[in-house]
Every structure is written in C-alpha cells, then in structure tokens.
Design a binder for this molecule. Structure first.
Ligand code: IMP
Length: 197
C-alpha cells in the first residue's frame, strides 16, 4: 500500500484528505503520526506558493511521498480578502471565532446579494522521487450574517454554499455533505485523476 504523509498540523484537513485517498487504497499519515515536526513559515503570496513551501519542507524531512494543501476564503466585496491570509485575518494568533467576527464586521454594510465568496484549495503532491503534481478546487457561495452550526472549522459557520441553495452553512451541513462539494474534495478528486491517469 502506498503511504503518503499529509503535511498539515490541522486535524480537520487530515480527516478530509484521508477519506478520499482511502478510496484509492492509499494510506495517509499525519505529520504527528510519523513523528515529524514541520511548521515552515508560509511567506508565499499565493496559495500554490504556500502549499509548495509546506510540501517541500515535509519531503526534505521525511524523504517520503507528501501532500500539502493551502486554502483560503476569497470574498468578492473585499477584493479577494482574506485569501492567503485566511487563517490570520484578525492577527497572528487569531482564533476562528476572531476571524469570523472581523469578517462579519467588514461585511456589515454589504447586502445579501453582494456577499459572494469562494473557498479555494491548492494541493501540491511530491512523490518519493521529488516529482510534483499540483491540483486546484473551488466552491462558490455566500457569506451569512451570523455564525450557524457546530461542525467543521474556520469560516464554515458563515459559508452558505451555492450547491445547497445558500440555505445552510458548511457547519450546519456537516462533514459528509461538505465533502460532496468542498474545494478540498474537488482538488483531491482532480489530483487523484492526475495521479491515476
Ligand atoms: P491554511 O491552513 O494555511 O491553508 O489556512 C487556511 C485557512 O483558510 C483556515 O485556517 C481557514 O481559516 C480557512 N479555510 C480553508 N479551508 C476551509 C474550510 O474548508 N472551511 C473553513 N475555513 C477554511
């Protein structure tokens, strides 16, 4: 069985990625599970640059096949912010709650129809021999006016995906429904077809 190290310290991402690769018969291990500490500075200006920084660092430390993701929320009315700064929108040590609060504040005067946004995910896969494969996925939706739901992470309680008629947030829909349409699931399925093709 092929083993891939998921180069993230975010347990939610590991779960989402593991499910897809299990279907391909691949075993996914987190950095923690293989005892590697890797937390390089994400100083790129694009999602692909940051995903590559994380993938290269983990590949150099492990010598194994690795997969890194970088993702973010891009809001039209804010010219694509928070984008590459999604995890630290409200500051370096900001919690998901702090980020959501700031986003709601910055969109306070924005009408429902103008609250369009999308999540974007870039995946960089580096095989044992160092060869690289890149895949991308996105999901479109609207930003709500209050946090709703208990599942997921990040901006999930505010994001109302178009695929479900903008009625429920990702947090209300739960992981199984989210996986059907999410930016990460779409990037993973694109990556899987590139790797199998
Ligand atoms: P990364 O870990 O550098 O890729 O940061 C991504 C940030 O974007 C996360 O900390 C979240 O704030 C946000 N984000 C990315 N994907 C999702 C998602 O699926 N749901 C909610 N927020 C997300």
């Amino acid at each position: 069985m092929k083993r891939v190290i998921i180069a993230t310290n975010n347990a939610h991402k590991v779960t989402e990625i593991r499910d897809t690769f299990a279907d391909m018969g691949w075993e996914c291990l987190s950095l923690k599970e293989v005892g590697i500490q890797s937390d390089p500075e994400e100083n790129g200006t694009t999602l692909v640059e940051n995903a590559r920084i994380k993938a290269r660092a983990a590949h150099e430390l492990s010598g194994c096949a690795v997969l890194a993701d970088d993702s973010g929320l891009l809001v039209d009315a804010l010219d694509g912010a928070p984008g590459v700064y999604s995890s630290r929108y409200a500051g370096e040590d900001a919690s998901d709650g702090d980020n959501n609060e700031l986003l709601l504040k910055n969109l306070a005067e924005v009408a429902p129809e103008d609250r369009k946004a999308h999540f974007s995910c870039v995946l960089v896969f580096i095989d044992e021999d160092g060869s690289e494969t890149v895949a991308e996925g996105r999901v479109d939706g609207l930003i709500g006016f209050e946090e709703r739901g208990n599942e997921g992470f990040g901006y999930d309680p505010l994001f109302l995906p178009d695929d479900f008629g903008n009625e429920k947030t990702f947090s209300e829909l739960g992981l199984e429904e989210k996986q059907k349409v999410s930016h990460r699931a779409r990037a993973l399925s694109q990556l899987a077809s590139q790797l199998q093709g």
